[in-house]
Design a protein around this ligand. Structure first.
Ligand SMILES: *Cc1c(COP(=O)(O)O)cnc(C)c1O
Length: 370
């Protein structure tokens, strides 16, 4: 039996009656944009993360864009982030009119390297966006410490880390503001596009609420130039259903990740490292093929495909090596991220993945390593 990289149909099958009931409830209500479902979800999600305010928007990209704008960041300002992220992180900085600046990542956590971050700060730097990549928190104490020293805003990109802990607190509750995506494949995914901004700052929350709808405070009265990026009632209702299951799904992801870690031979292909400072929620299970030991990532992908095991590469090309963003940094200047892009491979991992499939994948890895 083939083992797909992921399978969203199984999740729907497991919660079908709840999802169908929520859908019917919204259809029957006759109210589809910014209403009671969105408000309830915003509260429930903010409470889950452990912050005061949540604002639903149309995507993670828009969440980042509005967070930057609410902080007053725009033309002439520099915003620091990492090259191994969804292009969305960098696109959002440009949407706000600011200039992205890239720093390198750590080899162990694959997230922002605080020392590298410190070296790219300039007099124009206004904010830093650490990305909690693959479900693991970045080293927040070090990053936030440096940001405070230089008076930079901290925007957490939590698009891959719903529920991940740094120390004993959920990511998204540390920065000045934090952004989530509910793209269908994320740990908390909608049935379409969706995103949210969360913050403890009432003023920032207020600005985001205006920005997401034409700068309106009252209807038809724009107080500031805004955009249209709203979370719709249907997605909010479906996300409310799924939020209740998120702790169980996170547990299931961790159980599968732990089984992989136990079974993988870990010779030239290394399992991901869970940093002692936090709790990984395994949005993706990303192994690293040691090229210097002769383990070719591309060959491993083919090897697994021949055995009908799906894999993916997140992300194959660092941002600064992509055509659109070559001006951001020269090739060779962000060596850790560049090496990771050549060596990483994501194995199948989702809450409904049968444990026996984990064993089959681990067996194939053992065969590859021998
Ligand atoms: C998915 C993702 C985004 C963008 O979210 P969308 O909802 O697809 O716009 C931003 N940052 C990271 C790290 C992501 O993984």
């Amino acid at each position: 039996m083939p083992i797909p990289f992921f399978d969203l149909k199984k999740q729907y099958a497991s919660i079908k009656s709840e999802i169908d009931a929520a859908t019917q409830r919204v259809y029957a209500s006759g109210w589809f944009i910014l209403g009671p479902e969105t408000e309830a979800f915003e509260q429930e999600f903010a409470e889950y993360i452990g912050v005061k305010h949540g604002i639903g928007v149309n995507s993670g990209t828009d969440a980042l864009h509005l967070a930057l704008r609410a902080l007053g960041i725009g033309k002439g300002d520099e915003v620091i982030t990492v090259p191994n992220t969804a292009v969305a992180t960098v696109a959002a900085i440009e949407m706000a009119g600011a200039t992205p600046v890239l720093c390198d990542v750590r080899a162990d956590s694959m997230t922002m390297d605080a020392d590298s971050f410190a070296t790219v700060i300039s007099s124009r730097t206004r904010a830093v966006i650490p990305v909690h990549l693959f479900g693991q928190s970045a080293e927040l104490d070090a990053i936030i410490g440096i940001a405070r020293q230089y008076r930079l805003a901290v925007i957490e990109d939590c698009a891959q880390a719903h529920g991940a802990l740094y120390q004993n607190q959920r990511v998204g509750s540390f920065g000045d503001i934090a952004c989530f995506s509910f793209y269908p494949t994320k740990n908390l995914g909608a049935y379409g596009d969706g995103g949210a901004v969360v913050t403890n700052d009432a003023q920032l929350a207020d600005k985001i609420k205006m920005l997401r709808q034409y700068g309106w405070r009252a209807r038809y009265e724009s107080e500031t130039p805004g955009v249209n990026t709203r979370l719709d009632e249907l997605q909010a209702a479906l996300l409310r259903v799924k939020l209740k299951h998120l702790p169980d799904w996170t547990q299931a992801r961790r159980e599968r990740a732990n089984l992989y870690a136990e079974l993988l031979p870990n010779q030239r292909v290394h399992p991901p490292i869970e940093m002692s400072y936090g709790t990984h929620v395994y949005h993706l299970y990303v192994v690293q093929c040691d090229e210097s030991a002769g383990a070719s990532r591309d060959y491993l992908a083919v090897f697994l495909k021949e055995r009908e095991i799906g894999t993916a590469i997140q992300y194959p090309t660092p941002i600064h090596l992509q055509l659109a963003y070559q001006s951001l940094a020269p090739a060779g200047s962000l060596p850790v991220a560049e090496k990771l892009a050549r060596e990483i491979l994501s194995l199948p991992l989702y809450p409904e993945l049968p444990l026996d499939d984990v064993r089959v994948v681990a067996d194939a890895l053992r065969e590859f390593e021998s």
